[in-house]
Design a protein around this ligand. Sequence first.
Ligand SMILES: NC(=O)c1ccc[n+]([C@@H]2O[C@H](COP(=O)([O-])OP(=O)(O)OC[C@H]3O[C@@H](n4cnc5c(N)ncnc54)[C@H](O)[C@@H]3O)[C@@H](O)[C@H]2O)c1
Length: 397
Amino acid sequence: MAKISMLGSGFIGRFYADSLQGQRSRDKIVSIYSRREESAKKFAEDYQVGHWTIDMEASIAHPDVEVVCISLPNNLHEAAVNLCCKHKKAVICTKPLGRNAEEAKRMLEAVEKAGIFNGYLEDLVYTPKFLKALESVKNGALGRILWAKSRETHPGPHSEWFWDKEQAGGGCILDLGCHCVEIARSFIGKDIKPVEVMCWADTQVKPIDAEDHAIGLVKYENGAIGQFEVSWTFRGGLDLRDEVMGTEGTIWLNSFLRTGFDMFTTGKGADYVAEKAESNSGWLFPVGDELNELGYNHMFTDMFNAMESGQVARETFYDGYVVNAVLDAAYRSAQSKLWEPVKLDVWRGRTGVEKAKTLTEYDAQYYLVKEEMTHFGAKKLILKDKQSGQIVEKVLN
Ligand SMILES: NC(=O)c1ccc[n+]([C@@H]2O[C@H](COP(=O)([O-])OP(=O)(O)OC[C@H]3O[C@@H](n4cnc5c(N)ncnc54)[C@H](O)[C@@H]3O)[C@@H](O)[C@H]2O)c1
């Protein structure tokens, strides 16, 4: 059983609490910190939490607390992490880890120096669909991964601090791109170094200083390309889609708007449909079990299993730091309009990985370009002569 201090009683704090204390869970929130007394008390009541406080340190230091779950605005993550280090409490932190790589690196160094367990709460690499897809990728079902794309777009976040560049650290690149980068990075291989980023970003709709729409490309050392598409201006709900392409196959995932559950209602008696749904009448796309489909259950299971057995979680502060470093390069690229290098002072994966060869042997004379069965029953081969470089075609009847 994990005994948890929850820092923050807002949107994600409540989703986490529903997962942590959902079904027949053994885990328990034993202390809640919130900025305002009434929300701390209300959370404590709703989740039967014994201790509530508006003093962050008091929650972290509470003698019953073993692990601290940070669900605070981005600008408060570092201060909370430092208090966990001071009180030697295990810490798990929501995304993004930092507002930038510098902040994330300080957090990584602090937890490692303090010797405390750390986990990065990137739920979207724990969804059942993602886990199954990753297993297929790891087993080689897609061959060599060439391209991994992830898209998260919605009509914008729900609290005022997200829209303030100083508190949030950025706009949709940081808020949503962090998910997309870790998804693509996981498919391509977390030991493969992201080397440079090209990004377009703009503020197309909202009256804010940060970007509300962006598209980016992340180049990896082995030649694979990651792509992220993020927006706070998308209309129609929460669009979460991933695509992976390899030399032997393809995966398409739709995690939210098309889960195989379509419903029509005139709106009579309709209420909550799904996170960020924009309508509760007409044709709707509800989600069967949001906590599970968004990965929260599998994520906390991994975190606490790792913590209790002295292992490292699948997602740690190191991963959060790498993600922040990629996003920093995206911000620089959006300004410079150039490919910008990913600056990683700390890199624990492989180095010097070369792009794989793309030549497929056909026979002593030719490489194979492509083979196809035609509608008229002939098998066509496109071949390349190894010596002359000439491309030829052979038809086998
Ligand atoms: N899928 C995900 O992983 C996911 C989804 C949403 C948000 N998040 C992350 O969770 C964190 C919190 O986001 P949220 O959506 O729960 O925000 P929120 O505004 O709904 O809640 C933030 C909570 O922090 C506390 N707080 C303490 N000091 C505060 C201050 N000075 N200003 C505002 N709040 C203060 C309050 O209890 C508040 O309820 C952010 O880092 C965000 O990026 C993650």
